[in-house]
Design a protein around this ligand. Structure first.
Ligand code: DLL
Length: 432
């Protein structure tokens, strides 16, 4: 079996020893360095040195997205800004993004984790890794990029968009591994057909797809159309970015790199830890990170854990592919969008009523988000030109605020169905 780092095949006992040592030093360090954690740990009755076994994890306090927001932007960093060499960010539930920071050592660890994912997906130093995740504050592009370089492969920093050009480069440069969202992989396959590029003119062998939910059905389609081995990669910026877990050749769950993150699955209502095999909310504790390390971070992602050994030889626990969320976060072309953020934008535009609905669909393999919003009666009787201007304004504001393009449909007053309980804000027609 090929792996990038021998820790991936360490036997359980040795791995658990390392985890305990790292958990203890992380908790102790956070107590010393981060006032937020000192307070939380004090409340939970933990003092430095109190973590004695891995079972103590379950008594540590949770961290959630709001804690990052309340300490925006750098309040949870455990090192002085002088030591932070990189910042990334992703959407929060309201105006503030979730900001994460990395030290030089963190960047190295992250690159190592991503290199492991590329190898698990069949990659070697001889590969040309075509990175079509977005480069920028999003962790996808730079995450895969540094991992490819760490492996000694060739990184091709394409970023997203301009699909025809992507295809041309894939042919000309002989890209062997494609990294993008699964929906974009399907989109690429379709554009190839449209412009008449034969699969035979390409050297693709694997695809490392993630950042949004997908299914085995989508995998079949991608593998058939692009003739690749498609691997699910999972991660989130708060925890590190891509590289938290990856499917190996067996494709029976994603190995979580336990030397860096300790996973738990909890009942989202009670917070109780669930036994292996039961579905619930994934929680991660960082044990190998300096800049920003989170204790029991609640991801809101739904999954379950499989501790059984894997035929690939890796000993690290596997998680089921993400099957849902415990909140209303949508992922539109890889961008995380909370309905509350769209609402905030709409509420700032005069002439709109507070009645709106978000309709999500997948058209030609691309997510389309349509914002339907009722206008006031005066506006509704305005000339078409004024209505078009209003539509454009909403489109522009959502785009600049959320970084995602949307369609806007202005609706007649009282045309959106009123709810008798919780408003139905999202209609998701995507069949994933
Ligand atoms: O999406 C990191 C990433 C980049 C992962 C590239 C994989 C590849 P965020 O923008 O912080 O980070 O979004 C994290 O995206 O909590 C999940 O809800 C969702 N997500 C990420 N990977 C998967 C996946 C990146 N493989 C949020 N399947 C997470 C389902 C995923 N959902």
């Amino acid at each position: 079996m090929d792996y990038f780092n021998p820790v991936e095949v360490w036997e359980r006992e040795r791995l658990d020893e390392l985890k305990l040592e790292r958990l203890r030093s992380t908790v102790d360090r956070l107590y010393e360095k981060v006032p937020f954690y000192r307070e939380k740990l004090d409340d939970a009755g933990f003092k430095p040195g109190d973590v004695k076994s891995l079972d103590d994890l379950g008594r540590l306090p949770f961290t959630c997205k709001d804690d990052l927001r309340d300490n925006y932007p750098f309040g949870l960093f455990a090192v002085p800004m002088h030591d932070i060499v990189r910042i990334h960010a992703s959407s929060g539930t309201t105006g503030k993004s979730t900001v994460v920071g990395y030290t030089e050592a963190d960047i190295q660890v992250w690159a190592d984790l991503v290199a492991r994912t590329i190898v698990a997906a069949g990659g070697t130093a001889d590969d040309i890794v075509h990175v079509s995740y977005g480069y920028g504050l999003f962790t996808g592009g730079l995450g895969l990029h540094y991992g490819a370089e760490k492996l000694g492969a060739t990184a091709l920093p394409m970023s997203g968009g301009n699909t025809k050009r992507q295809i041309r480069m894939m042919v000309d440069f002989g890209s062997t591994i494609l990294c993008c969202t699964p929906s974009y992989a399907l989109n690429i396959a379709e554009v190839m057909q449209e412009i008449g590029v034969e699969r035979e003119s390409m050297r693709l062998k694997s695809a490392i797809l993630g950042a949004e939910p997908w299914s085995d059905e989508m995998r079949r389609q991608i593998e058939e159309e692009l003739i690749v081995s498609a691997h699910d990669i999972y991660g989130l910026s708060e925890v590190v970015g891509p590289g938290v877990s990856i499917e190996c050749s067996q494709k029976k769950g994603l190995h979580i790199f336990e030397d860096s993150f300790i996973p738990e699955v909890i009942d989202p209502e009670s917070g109780e830890v669930l036994p292996p095999g039961e579905r619930g909310e994934l929680v991660f504790t960082n044990i190998n990170k300096e800049g920003l390390a989170l204790i029991r971070y609640r991801t809101r992602d739904i999954s379950r854990l499989f501790p059984e050994p894997c035929a690939c030889g890796r000993t690290h626990v596997r998680m089921e592919r993400i099957t849902g969320r415990t909140d209303d976060m949508l992922i539109i072309r890889g961008v995380n969008v909370f309905p509350s953020q769209v609402e905030m934008v709409l509420m700032q535009v005069p002439g709109l009523s507070p009645h709106y609905q978000l309709v999500v669909d997948r058209i030609d393999n691309l997510d389309v988000l349509e914002v339907q919003v009722e206008v006031s009666p005066e506006i509704f009787s305005d000339e078409i030109k004024r209505l078009e201007e209003l539509e454009k304004r909403i489109r522009d504001e959502v785009q600049s605020y959320l970084g995602v393009s949307v369609r806007v449909r202005l609706m007649e007053p009282r045309s959106i169905q009123r709810s008798e309980g919780k408003a139905v804000r999202v209609i998701d027609k995507r069949k994933i």
